[in-house]
Ligand binder design. Structure first.
Ligand code: SF4
Ligand code: SF4
Length: 291
């Protein structure tokens, strides 16, 4: 039985709408850009888009992985990387006048460097057009990429390097096949070693079947890898074919995770049912820079 438990009240979200929403949608369409906000059916899209926050997805719409929580199409990507895409992303960021942008991608195991150079070019293109905009990237794990690929991305100097662990290690075979927990952890640690001034960030979803103690262990692993920012949100099942929701974690439990995480030394933590990796990322980052 793959049916999920009934959604509790704290999960209800507003339907998207309003002028800001329509403007964002138009700029994305005009620049032929894909957003995670739409592709992932993110519950915050109304709120984020009406405030000009969005997460753009580069390197196509087909992913070479098949994580069981994710609604992105999986298979062999039909096209090579689009050399004009970095420019279009930079154009959209400038038109939207974003203070902070989140750039993510599908996983491209079919590309030799995993798309590292494409990420680097996108960062540089945004920097050139919008030098004041802070840039957060949310990357694949580069597990099959040629050695040195991660270094290429770090050298382009994003402000925040985010890579999600997604779940506790015990659930990887079920939830994130093709990925390795310790590889992802090591990737983030390596970013910090390469550039100690760069903020590193990671996140997990809860409600997939993990135990509380396992969540605490993930936090400890992340701190041991020097990860600065943490996000924890409720997993929602995109379609009945996806991994089922094991339970809806109560807001009080999220609050307890947040408290525990700050106790372990994270600089910034967001742990609420509707927290997503990119939710309010810009506001939080601005606050931190002012502090
Ligand atoms: Fe988009 Fe992230 Fe906001 Fe969701 S939380 S709508 S993915 S920017
Ligand atoms: Fe989705 Fe990312 Fe997994 Fe691809 S690698 S299936 S885009 S979560």
């Amino acid at each position: 039985d793959n049916a999920q438990p009934k959604k509790p009240d704290w999960i209800r979200v507003k339907a998207p709408g309003g002028k800001g929403y329509a403007d964002t949608a138009k700029i994305m369409r005009d620049n032929k850009l894909t957003t995670v906000c739409e592709e992932a059916g993110c519950p915050n899209v109304g709120e984020c888009w009406s405030q000009g926050h969005a997460t753009m997805m580069i390197m196509g719409e087909v992913c070479t992985r098949a994580c069981t929580f994710c609604n992105i199409a999986t298979g062999k990507p039909p096209e090579a990387l689009d050399v004009f895409e970095p420019g279009r992303v930079a154009d959209a960021v400038a038109k939207l006048g974003l203070n902070h942008v989140v750039i993510t991608s599908v996983d491209r195991d079919d590309v030799e460097d995993g798309g590292a150079e494409h990420f680097a070019q996108t960062i540089r293109a945004i920097r050139k057009r919008s030098p004041e905009t802070t840039i957060e990237i949310l990357t694949p794990d580069f597990i099959r990429a040629t050695p040195g690929s991660l270094e290429v991305v770090v050298a382009a100097k994003p402000d925040v390097f985010n890579h999600n662990l997604e779940t506790v290690p015990g659930l990887y075979p079920e939830v994130r096949p093709g990925a390795r927990y310790f590889h992802s952890l090591r990737l983030l640690q390596r970013v910090k070693e390469l550039d100690p001034s760069m903020f590193t960030k990671s996140g997990i979803m809860v409600g997939l079947g993990e135990e509380r103690q396992q969540v605490i262990q993930v936090m400890e692993d992340m701190r041991a890898a020097d990860i600065d920012f943490l996000t924890i949100g409720q997993y929602l099942q995109p379609t009945p074919k996806h991994h089922r929701v094991d339970r809806f974690v109560h807001p009080d439990e999220f609050a307890a995770y947040e408290k525990a995480a700050y106790g372990k030394g994270f600089l910034m933590v967001s742990a609420t049912p509707l927290t997503r990796s990119s939710y309010h990322a810009g506001d939080d980052f601005a606050r931190l820079r002012e502090a």
